[in-house]
Design a protein around this ligand. Structure first.
Ligand SMILES: *Cc1c(COP(=O)(O)O)cnc(C)c1O
Length: 964
């Protein structure tokens, strides 16, 4: 009977990883099957998954590795990457993550396995960390508010462009980009501008902006030549013509340099990478965006704001949240969903630990070293492109440029070739005297007759007084409180303790697939062989990465039935966008550029219509029937009515309603008959892997969320990776990259991310998962994911109606339970249930999506039966509590549900006036007496926070007021 845990002993000296990843063992599987009244897992799968889509994977696929073997393979890949001292710059710098943050945050599941903080009561720790990040960004940029991260600098610049387009007085459709902007940023802007009908003008802003009518301008400071400027005049020129100004800035430079806000900027974007986040061959890093208070409602991404709880205590939550969750659907202006929370948290802690003095020391040292190097190079006869710089020098090396770069490489240093005989040299916080000497030797073809110390004695700093900032930064006490490691360690622990992450209990969030992020998968990402590689380093330094990337692409293609895979998109939303652009290009290539209608079922995730709009398409919504399926008649009618203009259908499979639609194959055929392409949203791939292949079912392109199905942790709301699988005919249009020919096809759509392979650093996680599971393990995981969901549906079905099931009464890998009857019977809302679950120690399931008034539960394969039972017991107990309200034992306005979550402070108050007891509130089920999570705040008032929007750390006296 045993099929997983006690099969033949592995001959590899370690147990199979699949038995660790998959929660239930064979005995538990058998018990759950008995509850479902089926004899085997295969029988259940036959009932749940339509025969028309089931395929078995063919072709060669490697045997599963043990955990030790996987680490050995990965360490081999890391060793095949060459760690060379990077002085390339171009927006990526080596940096030192303080080890107390490395170990206690980046390597700590308490932080990396958390979900996006939509449930604020269990997220106060990461919300505070993000508020620190926002405060730091707003301070450094000199703006009024900042959001809680963007995907990278280039996409942040693109979002800045579209924000200007919406808000500028000028009605022009032209956007000016200063030519000395980072090349990858310009390339991403080009990709973004084209489908929106925005014309990009790339030129010298100082001399040409006044002559051109535009709605906005992007300026980089310091620019590609390392030049630091006061942009006030150029920005004033933009304002005079009713245009807005976006400044792309380097946060470390802003510690010393006059802020873009002080220069009049409307939007400031950039990357917080050099605040402690490894380069990682291009990502993930926290991009940022800051703006004026006037534009706060147009700011894309998530914003953390300050509010209060029921008792008036200060409590944080995502501001303007209802807006963000739906990404404004057809009216969307941005599709950003998963962002870069963990990386923003790291950057925020970096600033918290160093404080303003520490950052000033780091920035001043960088600037000092740059000044010294400049003087040394000049002594050796070099000409510099400019004399006002922060950290980057550009040498006019003429015919010797390549020679200079080669000699530096022989010294173990990467420099940057900027073309036209220019060589860029960027200093960072890890640069030492020996590196400066090595650059001088490389330039002078031998030892100079002076030393760095000689220069230090005579050189003055290069930044003129009028470019220095005069205002204080990071004045808030939070940036002054944690200077010793002991204090920092305890601060990190304090925040972590406030939150529920996967290391505490299951997070049954439908559509989000919160499964195990195994330790073995996570270990390699902080190895220097992966962490310290610059994305534009010479290719022979990234052999290990590229081999791993090639294998991962190949495996993902085989698993999904596509011809090719692009790993560049750095979130699911970016995959959607990239995938739709390949469809757009495909139609154009066939002379059918008029095809721009995108059909999207009403049940779709908000990112779908948002991505379609960004890809220049018009959305036509298709109805769903009472069973949660696409209304095929409605779709037929709409496909036929638009047949000359039909570009695509975006369909989630299995649907967001948690069922496998029987008609999916016909639906794909119908779209093809009408000249359209099928975009599949692969967020639910965890229900298909090893059982069915989207590419075979009929999808032309699909994104996968590696942070859902393939074990990259959610990090509290990012990072993610959203690769797309492409059929043969779309593959030639995949994303590519102007600075890295190998990263995509020649005729591709251009870059959708700043880095050629997106967030490469976290790809070893998904590689390890697939390598250790193998084909059979992945298939088993899918079956158990479906089993777990059906088990929950069966156990809860008598208590709460399960909203949708497939033809045989089975759900897919998630199920929606209907709480609307509770509202009628007992005035209990689904929010009350969600908050009461906190008292039971659980993160609530997905609330009111895709159906208002419901909860969508996705247990994943990683949860063992005991945890599923604990969750079901909690839900059933909550239903019994609601029954007491129904029966009139407890008033509708005062009961454990409406008052949830209960804080220790509330329960220990000397005065207790509620009609239920303290122990009924705190320990409704026995297990909680030995293991209790205490929410640090009571129910958070969202409306209050949105009315009084505060998005940076509030002054200390406000803590006082709130507590009174
Ligand atoms: C998560 C999700 C997305 C968006 O993916 P991100 O990685 O968050 O951008 C799209 N569609 C569905 C159905 C999802 O669950």
């Amino acid at each position: 009977m045993n099929t997983t845990r006690t099969s033949l002993p592995s001959l590899e000296g370690q147990e199979e990883f699949a038995t660790r990843h998959i929660g239930p063992d064979d005995r538990e599987v058998a018990e759950m099957l008995a509850v479902l009244k089926v004899d085997s897992l295969d029988e259940l799968i036959e009932q749940a998954v339509p025969a028309s889509i089931r395929t078995s994977l063919t072709g060669d696929f490697p045997d599963p590795l043990t955990e030790r073997q996987a680490l050995e393979r990965l360490s081999g890949y890391a060793a095949r990457n060459k760690v060379v001292k990077s002085m390339i710059g171009l927006g990526y710098h080596d940096t030192e993550l303080p080890t107390v943050i490395l170990r206690n945050v980046l390597e700590n599941p308490g932080w990396y396995t958390a979900y996006t903080p939509y449930q604020p009561e269990i997220s106060q720790g990461r919300l505070e960390a993000l508020l620190n990040f926002q405060t730091m960004i707003a301070d450094l940029t000199g703006m009024e508010l900042a959001n809680a991260s963007m995907l990278d600098e280039a996409t942040a610049a693109a979002e800045g462009m579209t924000l200007c387009h919406r808000l500028a007085k000028s009605k022009s459709d032209r956007f000016f980009v200063d030519a000395r902007t980072l090349p990858q940023t310009i390339a991403v802007l080009e990709t973004r501008a084209q489908p929106l009908g925005i014309e990009l003008i790339v030129g010298d802003a100082t001399s040409e902006l006044a002559k051109t009518e535009v709605f906005g301008v992007l300026l980089q400071n310091p620019d590609l030549d390392g030049r630091v400027r006061d942009l006030s005049e150029t920005i004033a020129v933009a304002h005079e013509q009713g245009a807005l100004a976006v400044v792309a800035a380097d946060p470390l430079s802003l510690v010393l340099v006059k802020s873009p806000g002080a220069m009049g900027a409307d939007v400031v974007v950039g990357s917080a990478q050099r605040f402690g986040v490894p380069m990682g061959f291009g990502g993930p890093h926290a991009g940022f965006m800051a703006t004026k208070d006037d534009y706060k409602r147009s700011l894309p991404g998530r914003i953390v704001g300050v509010s209060v709880d029921r008792k008036g205590n200060r409590a944080l939550r995502l501001a303007l949240q209802s807006r963000e969750q739906h990404i404004r659907r057809e009216k969307a202006t941005s599709n950003i969903c998963t962002a870069q929370v963990l990386l923003a948290v790291l950057a925020g802690f970096y600033a918290t630990y160093h404080g303003p003095e520490g950052l000033r020391r780091i920035a001043a040292r960088v600037q000092r070293q740059a000044s010294i190097l400049a003087a040394g190079l000049k002594r050796l006869g070099a000409t510099l492109a400019n004399d006002v710089f922060f950290d980057t020098l550009v040498v006019e090396a003429g015919g010797d440029a390549d020679g200079f770069i080669e000699r530096a490489l022989a010294e173990g240093i990467n420099l940057c070739s900027l073309g036209d005989g220019k060589v860029g040299i960027a200093i960072d916080e890890t640069t030492e005297r020996r590196h400066l000497m090595a650059v001088l030797r490389a330039y002078g073809k031998g030892d100079p007759d002076f030393t760095v110390l000689d220069l230090d004695a005579e050189v003055t700093d290069s930044l003129p007084q009028d470019l220095l900032r005069e205002d204080e930064i990071l004045t808030h006490p939070i940036f002054h409180a944690y200077r010793s490691e002991t204090e920092m360690l305890r601060y990190l622990r304090l925040l972590q303790e406030k939150d529920v992450a996967l290391d505490r209990s299951m997070i049954p969030l439908g559509s989000c697939t919160m499964k195990l992020n195994a330790t073995t998968e996570m270990i390699p990402i902080t190895w220097p062989g992966f962490a310290k590689i610059h994305p534009f380093a010479p290719l022979d330094q990234s052999e290990g990465y590229r081999t791993l990337i090639g294998e991962l692409e190949d495996w993902l293609a085989k698993l999904t039935g596509f011809a090719a895979v692009s790993l560049q998109p750095n979130a699911g939303s970016q995959g959607e966008y990239a995938g739709l652009l390949t469809i757009r290009k495909y139609h154009e290539s066939r002379g059918e550029g008029q095809r721009n209608i995108c059909l999207i079922p009403s049940s779709a995730h908000g990112t779908n219509p948002a991505s379609a709009i960004m890809a220049g398409m018009s959305v036509v919504v298709v109805k769903c029937d009472d069973h949660g399926n696409i209304d095929v008649e409605d779709m037929k009618a709409k496909a036929a009515a638009n047949k000359d203009r039909l570009a695509a259908l975006m369909v989630t499979y299995p649907s967001t309603h948690g069922v496998f639609e029987e008609a999916i194959v016909d639906i794909c055929e119908l779209i093809h008959e009408h000249g359209g392409q099928v975009y599949m949203d692969g967020a639910n791939l965890n229900a298909l892997l090893g059982i069915a292949q989207p590419g075979v079912i009929g999808a032309d392109v699909m994104h996968m969320n590696l942070h859902k199905t393939f074990c990259i942790p959610h990090g509290g709301g990012g990072p993610g990776v959203g690769p797309i699988g492409l059929a043969e005919h779309l593959a030639p249009f995949a994303p590519n990259h102007p600075m890295q020919a190998e990263a995509g096809p020649e005729l591709g759509l251009g870059p959708v991310s700043a880095a050629p392979w997106g967030s490469a650093l976290i790809l070893p996680i998904s590689w390890a998962y697939i390598a250790m599971m193998g084909r059979s393990g992945l298939k088993q995981a899918t079956k158990v994911a479906i089993l777990n969901a059906n088990y929950i549906a069966a156990r809860l079905g008598d208590t709460f109606p399960v909203l949708y099931t497939g033809a045989n009464g089975r759900v897919a890998h998630e199920c929606i339970i209907d709480l609307r009857p509770l509202k009628d019977l007992a005035h209990v809302s689904n929010e009350d249930v969600a908050k009461r679950l906190i008292d039971y120690g659980f993160h609530a399931p997905t609330m009111s999506w895709p159906v208002p008034g419901t909860l969508m539960i996705e247990p994943t394969e990683s949860e063992a039966k005991a945890e599923l039972d604990r969750f079901c017991e909690a839900m059933i107990s909550i239903r019994a509590e609601a029954a007491k309200i129904e029966a009139g034992d407890w008033p509708e306005t005062d009961n454990p549900l409406v008052n949830a979550p209960h804080t220790a402070e509330l329960l220990l108050a000397d005065d207790w006036q509620h009609p239920y007891s303290r122990s009924e509130a705190a320990y409704p089920v026995k297990g909680l007496r030995g293991d209790k999570y205490w929410a640090p705040v009571g129910r958070v008032d969202n409306a209050y926070g949105d009315r009084n929007l505060v998005c940076s750390c509030p002054p200390l006296d406000s803590y006082q007021d709130a507590a009174e």
